[in-house]
Design a binder for this molecule. Structure first.
Ligand SMILES: Cc1ncc(C[n+]2csc(CCOP(=O)(O)OP(=O)(O)O)c2C)c(N)n1
Ligand SMILES: [Mg+2]
Length: 282
């Protein structure tokens, strides 16, 4: 991507974090840590990589699919979908409200642009494998992307799904792992060690790529590279920082699923606004 495109993606990601912060603060509930670690990955997917997306025709059969297997990270997904035009940004104000359509976990029946309802960890990747298998049987051209958390990998179902993906040589399936090193209540390494992830996925028959999950250009290049790999599914291990973008939330498992208080909200907001102002000044 050129400098203008890079600046545009950086702005979308920064604004996504700001929208996510507002969503969670307003309803006093939601998951910011994993949303902020995933925001750059989702920005590239929805604004650079996925093909045939059409906000006016969200179910276009030719579209690439995305499954948010770590379905708690709706503050990221919905902030990106709103910016991509699937629904008005105004709707984000009713996140997790009985009066709105944006529930805390991803919901395909009520939210345009959501390809699968998720929230029970491990299930999203399984449905993504099903979508990719269906695409293969239909000789369709669409690719299927799914994003997992590193804590989510403790679910046995993930490995059943990945084993099947390799068996059926689903090379249009791209699994992304948000390797932020933390899960709900501590380090992934302490709760349930999952490394070495590259060797595990390779042993399960995957092509393995690695990327800095906050380097927008590198992310795009890695998705392009994944598209060229044939005969087996690909996993992208994306190194990220949980809570990325708000200094006091970074690398702190305490911010997995907690809303900020008024003071914390102000501080976070100022940091994110400063980032946006810096981008505008460039
Ligand atoms: C089957 C299942 N078990 C437990 C939970 C509760 N839960 C929600 S998020 C989470 C931790 C997930 O950690 P990770 O996958 O690393 O996500 P991230 O760090 O990206 O937020 C847990 C245990 C769940 N949603 N589903
Ligand atoms: Mg994690």
């Amino acid at each position: 991507m050129n400098q203008t495109e890079l600046r545009s993606c950086e702005t979308i990601a920064a604004k996504g974090r700001l929208l996510g912060l507002d969503m969670v603060y307003r309803c006093a509930s939601g998951h910011l840590g994993g949303s902020f670690s995933a925001m750059d990955l989702l920005t590239v997917l929805y604004f650079r990589t996925m093909r045939n997306l059409d906000a006016k025709n969200p179910k276009n059969p030719k579209r690439d699919r995305f499954v948010l297997s770590k379905g708690h990270c709706t503050p990221a997904l919905y902030a990106i979908l709103a910016q991509r035009g699937y629904f008005p940004e105004e709707d984000l104000k009713l996140f997790r409200s009985i009066n709105g359509h944006l529930s805390g976990h991803a919901e395909m029946r009520h939210v345009a642009g959501v390809d699968m309802s998720t929230g029970s960890l491990g299930q999203g990747v399984s449905t993504a494998v099903g979508m990719a298998l269906a695409g293969k049987l239909d000789q369709a051209d669409y690719r299927v992307y799914t994003l997992l958390g590193d804590g989510e990998l403790a679910e046995g179902q993930v490995w059943e799904a990945t084993m099947s993906a390799a068996k059926y040589a689903l090379d249009k399936l791209c699994v992304i792992v948000d390797v932020n090193g933390l899960q709900i209540d501590g380090k992934t390494d302490d709760v349930m060690p999952t490394e070495p992830l590259d060797q595990k996925f390779a042993a399960f028959g995957f092509h393995v790529l690695k990327v800095d999950g906050h380097d927008l250009e590198a992310i795009e290049e890695t998705f392009k590279k994944a598209e060229t790999l044939k005969g087996a599914p690909t996993v992208i291990l994306a190194r990220t920082v949980k809570g990325k973008g708000v200094s006091f939330m970074e690398n702190d498992a305490g911010w997995h699923g907690k809303a900020p208080n008024a003071e914390q909200y102000q501080t976070a907001r100022e940091e994110l606004l400063a980032k946006l102002a810096e981008l505008e000044g460039k």
